[in-house]
Design a protein around this ligand. Structure first.
Ligand code: FAD
Length: 359
């Protein structure tokens, strides 16, 4: 049984950023990740995905992502390569595949017990959960979808039109965020694509990409620190006009319809009676935080989140959560934004360990 000061659960970008600050602070730690290799959620994204910020705005603490080879925006492969190289460069102690099944109070009150789904236990004085959202696709209940006879796929499993035999098919993409827009844009070049959204999609201005969103988040962070009020932020669901999305919009391929009234065995029907035959439906309907491993700690709220102050659990003072979204810090679900949450978290972890060290 291993004993550490800090166990970081999850080896994606958030886990690596936390590990970088732990290493700098000299805190003994281990990162437990359930995947067979580096990259976290980026391993599961579709082949053509491009980041919505240039490389220097997509960097973890300490080391800039190398510039994209083709155009401003790095590819998925480049993001994966960067995360793998980052792990090597800083010799981050990642154990994988090491799926954590549960975190429990240990009989020894100094520790939390981190149990592995494949056996093994780590006793940790503090735990940082950085398990992201990718493992938990959100699948809303859509009327009649269970009767639909074609392919139904969540964006979490979507790789490319060819991988799912969608070339030349009739495909409805559901969901008005960036995933829905990007997948519709890709399908529109090789298939008969349609797009349905609950609300009309909001396209950001063409010159607003991730770096603008990051500057805005920084301004909000500083204003909050100074006790000032700012107008509400742009929603992270608003669509960033990366080149393929811009090009599809200019072709008229991103005209969204309302949601169908019901799906049918052959397709979908809209209120007013319009029907479309469909071969496939892709659900680009988002994700929820992957927090099942915290169930037995008694910290999960009915909305599936954990009450936090900053990134620290209100109910379990030895637990921090990093990277999940705005509720765990400004821009903390982005490569560049997570560093700030990670730094603040590690400062608190270090203070806690110093105050509670048993000689
Ligand atoms: P993840 O990357 O999901 O890593 C968590 C890790 O923990 C995974 O390896 C997971 O398998 C593992 N894990 C989960 N549960 C357990 C467990 N119980 N035990 C052990 N391990 C576990 N961000 C940007 O910065 N720039 C972009 O351009 C950008 N574009 C995006 C485009 C789209 C369409 C989407 C959907 C997201 C985009 N993002 C972007 C966001 C980014 O992909 C995610 O927010 C990011 O991957 C989250 O990082 P993370 O480390 O918090 O979680």
């Amino acid at each position: 049984m291993a004993i550490v000061d800090t166990a970081v659960i999850g080896g994606g970008q958030a886990g690596l950023a936390v590990a970088w600050y732990l290493r700098r602070a000299g805190v003994e730690h281990v990162v437990l990740d359930d995947q067979p290799g580096p990259g976290g959620g980026w391993r599961g994204t579709w082949d053509s995905l491009r980041l919505f910020s240039p490389a220097r705005y997509s960097s973890l603490p300490g080391w800039m992502m190398p510039p994209a080879k083709d155009g401003d925006y790095p590819t998925r492969e480049e993001a994966l390569g960067y995360l793998a190289a980052y792990e090597d460069r800083y010799e981050i102690p990642v154990l994988r595949p090491w799926p954590v099944s549960t975190v429990l109070p240990s009989p020894d009150p100094e520790f939390l017990e981190v149990q592995g789904a494949r056996g093994g236990t780590v006793l940790a004085r503090t735990v940082v959960s950085a398990t992201g959202t990718w493992r938990c696709p959100r699948r809303p209940r859509l009327p009649g979808l269970e009767r639909f006879g074609g392919t139904v796929l969540h964006s979490a499993r979507y790789r490319s039109p060819a991988a799912h035999d969608l070339v030349g098919r009739r495909v409805l993409v559901v969901g008005g965020g960036n995933s829905g827009a990007q997948i519709t844009a890709e399908l529109s070049t090789v298939a008969s694509s349609m797009w349905a959204t609950r609300e009309p999609p909001v396209f950001l201005p063409d010159d607003v990409d991730g770096r603008v969103l990051f500057h805005e988040a920084t301004a909000r962070y500083r204003a909050r620190e100074a006790g000032e009020e700012l107008p509400p932020p742009r929603s992270l669901g608003d669509i960033v006009m990366v080149p393929p999305v811009r090009e599809a919009r200019d072709r008229g391929a991103l005209e969204a319809r309302p949601m169908p009234e019901t799906f049918t065995p052959q397709g979908a029907r809209w209120s007013g009676g319009d029907e479309e035959a469909l071969d496939a439906v892709i659900l680009a309907t988002g994700f929820r935080p992957a927090l099942d491993h915290l169930q037995e700690l008694g910290v999960l709220d009915p909305d599936g989140r954990v009450a936090v102050e900053g990134t620290r659990s209100v109910r379990e003072p030895r637990l921090w959560l990093v990277g999940y979204g705005a509720w765990t810090g400004f821009a903390s679900a982005t490569l560049i934004g997570v560093g700030r949450s990670a730094r603040a978290t590690v400062e608190e972890v270090r203070e806690f360990l110093e105050g509670n060290r048993i000689p």
